[in-house]
Design a protein around this ligand. Structure first.
Ligand SMILES: [Zn+2]
Length: 267
């Protein structure tokens, strides 16, 4: 019987993604740094806070500024949602989605919890609001894949061991594992702490690597969901990919194999 391993798109075994909150004007500089290095990420926006005193980007910039990245929810008004009635939480999420979707023209299915606030009831509510994953705060110091999409903790905040963890991640070579590095923060923190050189150095160090898949947050989940829908023969002698996207697998520790969208492939 064939032994099959999931791969990330492109047959890679490492993925890097980032997540930045609040949509302040410093996102312009951050996105430019990402784009110059082929780094990709997710930007979590509050549709109700685009007013001058909060120093946010102009909503008209959204489609062009975040092109190639993901725009995700951060609720309409950034409340500490664990203190709110659940119907209000649902509206904060759904109304944010609706507004962001009108701006981006794509389904918006991610969330970063505002103020890192969540509860079991909120986790359980989110799938019905069309949310596929939700990011908490803090640092896991880990490259392991997340188990609970609705309590997704990043590897690190950018002020927490960023370069050290980045170097560790670059050094990972064991193809029998999938590794994920996930960094989060707020772009205005680089102004506050005067440390733009940190994220510039990180992106330069991490960009352009053949064994890393550079993805947005939702692309990570979509790829894992696509893999879970692959239909394997009982003995893994063939596989059918019912998805709209190609999938990648490794068979018996060989080179990665592409399973084209909609195709049946003999293994
Ligand atoms: Zn925030």
């Amino acid at each position: 019987m064939n032994r099959v391993y999931a791969c990330f798109p492109g047959g890679k075994h490492k993925a890097l993604t980032l997540s930045y909150d609040d949509g302040k004007t410093q996102d312009r500089r951050l996105v430019d740094i990402f784009n110059r290095n082929g780094i990709r990420g997710t930007f979590n926006l509050n549709s109700g806070l685009f007013i001058p005193k909060y120093e946010r980007i102009d909503p008209s910039e959204i489609p062009e500024l975040y092109k190639g990245h993901e725009v995700a929810c951060h609720t309409v008004t950034h409340p500490t949602i664990a203190r709110c009635p659940l119907p209000e939480v649902a509206q904060e999420v759904i109304n944010d989605r609706t507004w962001l979707e009108a701006k981006t023209g794509t389904p918006v299915r991610g969330l970063a919890y505002p103020n890192g606030s969540l509860s079991r009831d909120i986790e359980n509510l989110l799938p019905a609001c069309g949310i596929r994953y939700a990011r908490v705060v803090g640092s896991s110091d880990s490259f392991a894949l997340p188990e609970n999409p609705y309590r997704w903790q990043a590897t690190c905040h950018h002020n927490h061991r960023l370069m050290e963890l980045g170097e560790q991640f670059l050094g990972l070579f064991k193809q029998q594992y999938l590794y994920l590095m996930y960094v989060w923060g707020h772009s205005y923190e680089f102004d506050n702490n005067n440390n733009w050189d940190l994220i510039e150095g990180f992106c330069e160090m991490m960009g352009g690597k053949d064994d890393i898949w550079y993805c947005t947050n939702i692309e990570y989940w979509d790829a894992m969901d696509d893999f879970s829908r692959l239909r394997f023969a009982a003995d893994n002698s063939f596989v059918y990919n019912p998805n709209a996207a190609d999938c990648w697998i490794r068979v018996n520790d060989g080179e990665p194999v592409r399973i084209p969208a909609g195709a049946l492939v003999n293994l």
